[in-house]
Design a protein around this ligand. Structure first.
Ligand SMILES: Nc1ncnc2c1ncn2[C@@H]1O[C@H](COP(=O)(O)O)[C@@H](OP(=O)(O)O)[C@H]1O
Ligand SMILES: [Mg+2]
Ligand SMILES: [Mg+2]
Ligand SMILES: [Mg+2]
Length: 354
């Protein structure tokens, strides 16, 4: 019988929910000096660090031997001169960890009043995300804020946590604090949702309070009705290539641009039916934490996810997806047509460069 991952799912939702509240509260008060630029020139904020510390603290308590492949590490925070950042992170994490128990929370996960952690414990929790990944065994992968650029501009971002066993994603949770509850295009004033999927058990959208759960499923659609979901950041995906694929499929609707794995959440609930991400730089290797939760969510919502060659994404190679080139995710009845259009556009592009 397939494993149910019931406790893993409960813990992951509890952790992501606390990280959602923490990051939302930071956004309103964030000041410029609380954002750093990493070695690869990408931004990271006190919210990214604090969310990773909170999620890893909870995982460390519930599953002490599970390794974690997390995006961030605490090296910059341990430097001299980072004292203000460290103090803010300790306050934010302790506010999140000591908040009253909510629906589904358990005190034995180290949550609730009186569960303060020290600075050293929190920095060590961030650094528990240093696992290198691999083909064998069970491990978590965490993107504490996916779409940091979206977070900084008040747009979409997501807290993404997944459980990978022997290279296969078994459980995915995506917290989207800024996503309209109804559909992405709506001016819905109610925002926030947590999307979860367990391999073989389907996908659902849970309200941020945890009170309501709705199954999600990708609707069938005629190719002309398709709607592309793509990055806001032109450096993250080749948007001109997407336009060619769109033209070749006869898509007339403009693409929906949004940051983060909120795109996968939208795809899963039918707010857009194709997620395309072709590399700008062929040498860039996609990170497993950018796609693991989204991949299982899409599959469990009745979709298919491959790279541009039609190969499955390989989550068992390490911290990256290795040689997988690009991402094509869509409902199962259109994925084949989209992949064929992607391959036509790729051949045209390579003919043009010869
Ligand atoms: N050159 C590049 N090509 C593709 N993805 C990139 C990239 N540089 C950064 N990214 C990834 O793109 C993610 C955001 O994706 P999207 O464009 O869909 O919002 C970033 O996640 P973080 O914000 O967690 O760092 C980062 O990992
Ligand atoms: Mg980042
Ligand atoms: Mg990311
Ligand atoms: Mg991130």
């Amino acid at each position: 019988m397939a494993l149910q991952y019931t406790t893993e799912k409960q813990v992951a939702i509890a952790a992501v929910r606390r990280a959602c509240a923490l990051t939302s509260s930071v956004f309103n008060k964030l000041v410029k000096s609380e954002t750093l630029t990493k070695g690869d020139k990408s931004p990271v904020t006190i919210a990214d660090y604090s969310a990773q510390a909170v999620v890893n603290t909870i995982l460390g308590r519930a599953f002490p031997v599970d390794p974690i492949v997390g995006e961030e590490d605490a090296a910059d925070l341990r430097q001299e001169g980072a004292e203000n950042l460290r103090n803010r992170i300790v306050d934010l994490c302790n506010e999140a960890l000591t908040a009253d128990l909510g629906l589904g929370d358990r005190a034995e996960w180290g949550l609730g009043p009186g569960q303060e952690r020290t600075l050293d414990e929190l920095l060590d929790a961030i650094d528990r995300g240093n696992d290198q990944g691999g083909p064998v065994g069970r491990r978590w992968t965490l993107d504490p804020i996916d779409g940091t650029k979206g977070f900084l501009r008040g747009g979409q971002y997501a807290i993404c946590l997944a459980l990978i066993v022997d290279g296969d994603v078994k459980l995915g949770v995506i917290g989207c604090p800024n996503l309209p509850v109804g559909d992405a295009e709506s001016e819905d004033s109610q925002r926030g949702g947590i999307f979860t999927a367990v391999k073989g058990q389907g996908a659902e959208q849970i309200s941020i309070s945890g009170a309501k759960s709705t199954p999600v499923m990708i609707p069938s659609m005629e190719p002309g009705m398709l709607n592309l979901l793509e990055s806001v950041e032109a450096a993250h995906a080749d948007l001109a290539f997407n336009q060619q694929v769109s033209n070749s499929l006869g898509i007339t609707r403009p693409p929906t641009r949004m940051d983060s794995q909120a795109k996968y959440a939208c795809l899963a609930r039918g707010d857009g039916v194709v997620y395309l991400r072709m590399p700008i730089n062929a040498l860039y290797q996609e990170k497993i934490w950018d796609h693991a939760s989204g991949a299982v969510l899409v599959q469990e919502a009745g979709g298919v996810i491959t790279d541009a060659l039609g190969q499955p994404l390989n989550f068992g190679l390490g911290r990256t997806l290795g040689k997988n080139q690009g991402i094509v995710a869509a409902g199962k009845d259109v994925h084949g047509q989209v992949l064929a259009a992607v391959q036509r556009a790729r051949s045209k592009a390579s003919e043009a460069t010869q």
